[in-house]
Each structure stands twice: as structure tokens, then as C-alpha cells.
Design a protein around this ligand. Structure first.
Ligand SMILES: [Zn+2]
Length: 356
């Protein structure tokens, strides 16, 4: 199973590029940019990572970003993630980025996205890994700030495939951003929203995503399982749910693995993702998949179904790029007897294709 999961071509649909800031890079960027950190070494920094709930996690996540200042910083952050997951046979990834978290610190939108884009292009040229960007709206900021971020993004429309909603859900329901997402839809963006775990009014928020906002995907979305009507609706729409069965720094056991297994058994279009791996024991997609499989005893067919769901739900449009990505589904099937053809398949399939 270990070889099968590691060798399988994989796609990831829910990861925050700022959440891939490993402690080593954080220390290096802090030194380069003259930023004072509370700890001197990467090990000390990693040992300090602890959180109990979404709000304490977010405090850690946003404070980590302070070392990201220049275009080169965003380039190195993004390239390090793409290089790391390329080595795990991730062939395609859709990355959230949070521009408001940077523009509010005086870092220009252009600085952020130019560094990320340069890394995407270089990783595709040199490694063959394809990636696209999702503009993450911070839901604990105002709808006006969200609209401003959306309008800033339009100058880079061709570099961004979709708009998402993340950060603290408490008191910030999807409908708060109705006009922003209507505008995003009109501009041609795909839409997704986080509906996190154990948040108030979870079922109601998911219902708003489906019926008011008209999302194309729901990030997390575990509480779909609490409501028979939602289960039926999500299944009928074949709506992708990007589950993140990640682990806490203090506990290697994957969270929400039982919910994932139930969603698979119910025939929902569910995927496994890493969310913010640098803050979650540095488990990237192969480790998260393997831990989840072991925790709840997923069959090989169920693991393959998770990978196929991710490829099918990728926002890659139609045409040659999509057809090529879909060949990965065939190659997952081919992996059942043997795993060894994957690397060759990936390299042949992805090098030289346009990004979008
Ligand atoms: Zn997330």
C-alpha cells in the first residue's frame, strides 16, 4: 500500500501556499529580511507549533507569514512546495493564496502573485508539475476588503482559476460575501468556500454555499454528513468536497478519517488534501493519504477512487490539458498490478503543456 500510494499519480485541490512555509525556510527568510522570530532554530520553531482550535491555528498561520516580504520570498516558498510534492508524484495542484494577509502588511499584490507565478512556470518547465491558483478571500475581514482583493486580482485574471473563502468562519457566513462571489462568477472565476469542522451553523453554511452562492466545490465540508438532505444534494450535484485528513503537531493520527470513509461509502465526490502541511507535522499528500488509509483501513480501490476524484474535479477546463490530466486516471488503474510506470507516465504527459 505504501508503494501504491507513493507511486500513484496524484492531484491536490486544497492547499494554502502560505501553509507550506516550512520552519527551515521561515528561519532563513527571517534572517534575510531582518525579521525577529521568537525562536532561533527551525527545530525550536517547529516545537512551538501548537494549537487547539481554528482560531489558535490561524494565529500561528498568519504570524508565520511575516517573513514573506519580497517577490523572491514568494518564489522560494512556492517552488519549495512544488518541488517537494513533485517528488511524491503529485502531477497537478490547485493552491490557495491569501493576498489580503499580505497587502494589509504593505506587501503589494503584484509582489505576491509575481513570485508565485514565476515558481509555477519554472516548476512546470523544469519538473513537469502543473499548478493553478485560487484567490483566497479572508472571511474575517470585511466584504469591502474582499471586493478590493477581487478587483486587484483582475489584472492577473489569466493567472488565477478560482476564488475561495477561508480563515475564521465564526460569525462570517458565506452570505456575507454574496456580492463578491457574484462578481467573481461574472468575471469567470470558479468558486469554492471553506466550511470547516465543528463551526457554528455548519449545515446552514453549507446550504448557503449550495443555494445562495452557487459554489463549484466545498473545501472541507465534513458536516454534509450531518444532514440527509445535504448528502443527497451534494451527491446529486457531484459536488467535490476537499477533505483534509491532516494531523496536529501533537498527534500523528489523521483527523476526520472516519468521516472520509463514510463519505466514500455514501458515494460522495470526496478528495484528500493537505491544507497547511508545514503546520501539520510536515505531512504532504503521500503521508496524509497513507496515514488515512491505515487509520480506517481504506481498500486499494478506495484510495484509487480518492485520487480519481481529485483529477476529475480539477479546474482545468476542456482541451488538451484536461485530456492529458485524465490519462492519469487510466494510469492509476494500471498501477493495480504494478507501480513502476508512473514516473515515466507523468514526465511524458505533463512536460511542455501550457499552464492554463
Ligand atoms: Zn484550507
Amino acid at each position: 500500500m505504501d508503494a501504491f500510494i507513493r507511486g500513484m499519480p496524484k492531484a491536490e485541490l486544497h492547499v494554502h501556499v502560505e501553509g507550506t512555509l516550512e520552519p527551515e525556510l521561515r528561519v532563513r527568510l527571517a534572517e534575510r529580511n531582518g525579521v525577529e522570530l521568537p525562536y532561533r532554530t527551525a527545530d525550536e520553531l517547529a516545537a512551538s507549533y501548537a494549537y487547539q482550535d481554528l482560531s489558535s491555528f490561524l494565529a500561528l498561520y498568519f504570524s508565520g507569514m511575516d517573513v514573506l516580504r519580497t517577490e523572491q520570498d514568494f518564489f522560494e516558498l512556492t517552488y519549495a512546495y512544488l518541488q517537494r510534492v513533485h517528488a511524491q508524484n503529485v502531477v497537478y495542484t490547485e493552491m490557495h493564496f491569501d493576498p489580503q494577509a499580505h497587502t494589509s502588511r504593505g506587501i503589494a499584490f503584484d509582489t505576491v502573485i509575481s513570485g508565485i507565478r514565476r515558481a509555477q512556470e519554472m516548476a512546470q518547465d523544469e519538473l513537469g508539475i502543473r499548478s493553478q491558483l485560487i484567490l483566497g478571500i479572508l472571511r474575517d475581514m470585511s466584504a469591502e476588503s474582499a471586493m478590493e482583493a477581487l478587483e486587484q486580482s483582475l489584472a492577473y485574471r489569466d493567472w488565477i482559476v478560482g476564488v475561495g473563502l477561508d480563515s475564521d468562519e465564526k460569525g462570517n457566513p458565506p452570505v456575507k460575501f454574496r456580492e463578491v462571489f457574484e462578481r467573481a462568477r461574472a468575471e469567470g472565476y470558479k468558486l469554492t468556500m471553506h466550511c470547516d469542522h465543528l463551526q457554528e451553523n455548519s449545515v446552514e453554511h453549507i446550504r448557503q454555499c449550495l443555494d445562495v452562492i452557487g459554489v463549484d466545490r466545498i473545501d472541507h465540508g465534513y458536516h454534509v454528513l450531518d444532514d440527509e438532505g445535504l448528502i443527497d444534494d451534494v451527491r446529486r450535484r457531484h459536488m467535490c468536497l476537499t477533505f483534509c485528513t491532516t494531523s496536529n503537531p501533537s498527534d500523528p493520527a489523521p483527523r476526520r478519517a472516519a468521516e472520509l470513509k463514510r463519505a466514500l461509502e455514501l458515494g460522495l465526490n470526496v478528495t484528500v488534501n493537505t491544507d497547511d502541511p508545514a503546520y501539520m507535522r510536515s505531512y504532504y499528500l503521500s503521508e496524509v493519504l497513507l496515514n488515512t488509509q491505515q487509520a480506517v483501513g481504506l481498500s486499494r480501490e478506495q484510495v484509487a477512487e480518492l485520487a480519481r476524484n481529485a483529477f476529475r474535479s480539477a479546474w482545468i477546463g476542456e482541451g488538451r490539458g484536461r485530456r492529458t490530466l485524465m490519462t492519469c486516471i487510466c494510469h492509476i488503474k494500471a498501477l493495480f498490478p504494478i507501480c513502476s510506470t508512473t514516473l515515466r507516465v507523468r514526465n511524458l504527459a505533463f512536460q511542455g503543456l501550457p499552464m492554463s
